[in-house]
Design a protein. Structure first.
Length: 235
């Protein structure tokens, strides 16, 4: 048991899928996994451990933003001896070159956040995925004939802003899309020598204001979820 996760030692698998939304974690557990056990529901942040094609996997929520995923991923890595975390979530595209429903495999995350610097003394404003999970995602995507785009993304602390222009840091590193968590996950994994990756589905095209409807969103995410689960079998 950690400060924010009530699971007992041994109830969290070595590989964890980490969506932001607790109900999305429940959806994954209910739809894709067998022999599922709810191992933590502190603060209504659900964690489930079960089997996918015979392999034990945990799926749980990270909450929204760098501080939240920073806490949950750190406790998973350190208190539960997790080896690999795959963040699965949505993102907004900065470019029309991306389309709704595109699946991205995050190679690097750039951020203005001071999280990495003040937590771990990591001065870089761009941090890459950690370990070999990124390559395994690409390998798995090829096997299932799924088009996945490796890319650099912007991790922002800000969802609403008065300036509609693409932020300077996103322009500096040619970021294709924006989300709010990957930078902190990668920073924790780098400091702790763990595996970390992020798979994202494009849910919004910022320049045109296109977006996936509420009805389309859940079905659209199934492709990304399936890719993450199939990749987890290799870990």
């Amino acid at each position: 048991m950690s400060v924010h996760i009530a699971a007992k030692k041994g109830e969290i698998a070595k590989t964890v899928l980490l969506p932001g939304d607790p109900l999305r974690a429940k959806y994954i557990a209910d739809r894709f996994m067998s022999d599922v056990k709810l191992v933590s529901q502190t603060r209504n942040i659900f964690y489930f451990t079960g089997l996918y094609n015979g392999k034990e996997i945990t799926v749980g929520a990270s909450g929204m933003g760098i501080p939240s995923i920073g806490i949950y991923s750190y406790e998973l890595y350190t208190e539960y001896e997790v080896d690999t975390i795959i963040r699965i979530g949505t993102c907004g595209a900065y470019t029309n070159a991306l389309k709704l429903f595109d699946v991205l495999n995050v190679e690097k995350a750039a951020s203005e956040s001071t999280y990495a610097r003040f937590a771990w003394g990591i001065e870089e404003e761009i941090i890459g995925n950690q370990g070999d999970i990124f390559d395994k995602i690409n390998e798995t995507a090829q096997e299932v004939k799924l088009a996945v785009q490796p890319t650099t993304i912007h991790t922002s602390d800000i969802f609403y802003r008065k300036d509609a222009d693409i932020p300077v840091i996103a322009q500096k590193y040619n970021c294709s899309a924006v989300e709010m968590e990957a930078f902190a996950l990668f920073a924790n994994a780098q400091y702790l020598s763990k595996n970390a990756a992020s798979i994202l589905t494009v849910s919004d095209i910022i320049p045109t204001r296109e977006q996936i409807s509420a009805d389309e969103r859940q079905q659209a995410l199934n492709t990304m979820i399936g890719l993450a689960l199939e990749t987890a079998l290799k870990m």
